[in-house]
Design a protein around this ligand. Sequence first.
Ligand code: EPU
Length: 337
Amino acid sequence: MQENFSLKPYNTFGVDVKAKYFIEVQTLEELRDAIHYSKNHDLHILFLGGGSNILLTKDFEGLAIKLSLKGIDEKDLNDNEILVTTKAGENWHEFVMYSLEKNYGGLENLSLIPGNVGTSPMQNIGAYGTEIKDIFVSCSVLDLENLELKTFNLEDCRFGYRDSIFKQEGKGRYVILEVTFKLTKKDHHIKTEYGAIKTELENLGISHPTIQDVSKAVINIRQSKLPDPKETGNAGSFFKNPTIPLAQFEDLKRKFENIPGYPNGDVVKVPAGWLIEQCGWKGKQIGNVASHKLQALVIVNATENATGKEIYDFSTAIINSVQEKFGIELEREVNIL
Ligand code: EPU
């Protein structure tokens, strides 16, 4: 265990805050020991996965536990389907690459998403027409109330858009230890409906894409507009895309005729990136913080010296502008601590 430990390498924003205590755990036993220690010493716990969806605004006075449980297990279901169980501490993108090397289908649209496997169910990570709920079977968790193991299946998780039980009533109660996915071995369901994928595959001259081609297209798209956290601190989309009533959307359409929207019954999902750009934030920098020049929804630690508070204040200013111009309240997607 380390004391007064900088968490800068453990959050993709690269914010330099300290944890009073820090420990990295590789096994369930080590995790249980660390939790016992925190209970005996009356310390709050902060669990760290890949650190890609968190904004640390102040020093943490408790015990930060970095989850580094590793390992991948496979179990054939039939001649086309396989169950793959992956421990929480495996890096998400490396896991996607592993599955593609073995020609297992289902994860290709989720290539290059930062973070670890263990946090993927928290907000039902999604991109380019796929969410993990599409291939999710179950996850096993440690219940912090009684330190017992529990399994959550697909229905138990109550997945929604960037949402799950782990962000709602289960918040702070469970530590995800491993996740089981159902992948295909040969009859892959190729998803290329998302416009940007279609265009990229055309650019690559591919008319009958394999799962590896889809992954390549997704990687190209992401690299062309999303900043690499290794180079510029960020946490991907900072806000969720808001959903507004159809009537409100129609009102807005009269005033802003180019407003994009994806109708779904009597509500419409509006791209937050567009709203933020219209308010003049795209590429704008204040002090150490900026809205990314190629994707306004992403807030970046432009100088690598931003504090969590500066980033938080910048996000509040964006929320206020969008509220004022469009009457829409943006919700942060990133967890604030
Ligand atoms: N747009 C703008 N200006 C911008 C950015 C976006 O006008 O600066 C508009 C455009 O009209 C564009 C539309 O927004 O057509 C959608 O943009 P994009 O395809 O980049 O997707 P997004 O809605 O901004 C979401 C996810 C991303 C995911 C992409 C692709 C959320 C909060 N974000 O972004 O997820 O990669 O779709 O599926 O749903 C993440 O969660 O961290 C993340 C990066």
